[in-house]
Design a protein around this ligand. Structure first.
Ligand code: ADP
Ligand code: ADP
Length: 232
């Protein structure tokens, strides 16, 4: 389970303080697909980056499976972070590396034996349907294919949480649907907790169990998607 307690984040210093998050409380259960929706500038990206501490909250606590993330030393934080995958709007692939090498990258970082890398990458290529594209470079792929590589890479370390930062916002509607379908498939297959941020209501409605609505750095409403969005 993931729990955020009274998270605040303020950017800047002195007279230029700019609050991005103010008092965020959230509980996300294991295996849930949890959506955070809000307008541009509402604080979604800051919020999701506070979960893996890509951004350090100004105050508050981030609990993941009983561990308080902000209290971990650097080595332990790095180890814990490997169990938190992330995918991005613009995919963040290594452009000079092949699909295979992009997926293998997190495994090479922790010096995984070559034989294991081969096995794992093959498995992930099959999972995301890119077996035929292993030796291509990102520039040779469609947007949807690039995001499939991003997803495969994020799963290489067998994470228990996947953070999705506007993961379908750069894709056309049809490709968006196929990526959302893949996320649901992964969620079911691995009981992976998925947290996604988006400004698109239909993304939330098509795959999320629960949703939080964020406005000006605060959560203004949260609950089951059907309760939050289908009120009379
Ligand atoms: P969203 O993802 O909902 O568009 P963000 O979390 O990116 O919102 O931004 C929330 C607020 O924090 C905005 O006012 C934004 O300008 C500000 N902000 C985000 N990142 C930084 C940063 N690195 N430095 C200063 N201000 C930032
Ligand atoms: P989609 O219809 O899913 O957006 P594209 O039309 O972009 O896909 O690509 C279709 C096929 O062409 C894919 O198999 C992709 O790998 C290949 N492809 C796309 N762009 C290039 C490129 N610049 N060089 C080589 N192959 C490409």
């Amino acid at each position: 389970m993931i729990e955020l307690k009274s998270i605040t984040k303020t950017y800047g210093k002195g007279k230029n303080l700019s609050p991005a998050l103010s008092g965020i409380d959230l509980k996300i259960e294991k295996g849930e697909i949890f959506g955070v929706i809000g307008h541009s500038g509402a604080g979604k990206s800051t919020l999701i980056r506070c979960i893996n501490l890509l951004e350090r909250p100004t105050s508050g606590e981030v609990w993941i499976d009983g561990v308080e993330m902000t209290k971990l030393n650097k080595a332990r934080l790095q180890a814990r972070r490997r169990k938190i995958g992330m995918i991005f709007q613009h995919f963040n692939l290594l452009s000079s590396a092949t699909v295979y090498e992009n997926i293998a990258f997190p495994l090479r970082l922790v010096k995984t034996p070559e034989r294991k890398i081969k096995e794992k990458v093959k498995e992930l290529l099959a999972l995301v349907g890119l077996e035929q594209h292993a030796s291509k470079y990102p520039a040779q792929l469609s947007g949807g294919q690039k995001q499939r590589v991003g997803i495969a890479r994020s799963l290489a370390s067998d994470p228990d949480v996947l953070l999705c930062d506007e993961a379908t916002s750069a894709l056309d509607p049809q490709t968006t649907n196929s990526i959302l379908k893949l996320l649901v498939d992964i969620n079911e297959r691995f009981n992976l907790t998925i947290i996604l941020i988006t400004h698109e209501m239909h993304v939330i409605q098509s795959i999320c169990d629960k949703v939080a609505v964020i406005h000006r750095g605060g959560i203004v409403e949260q609950g089951a998607v059907t309760n939050v969005f289908l009120k009379p």
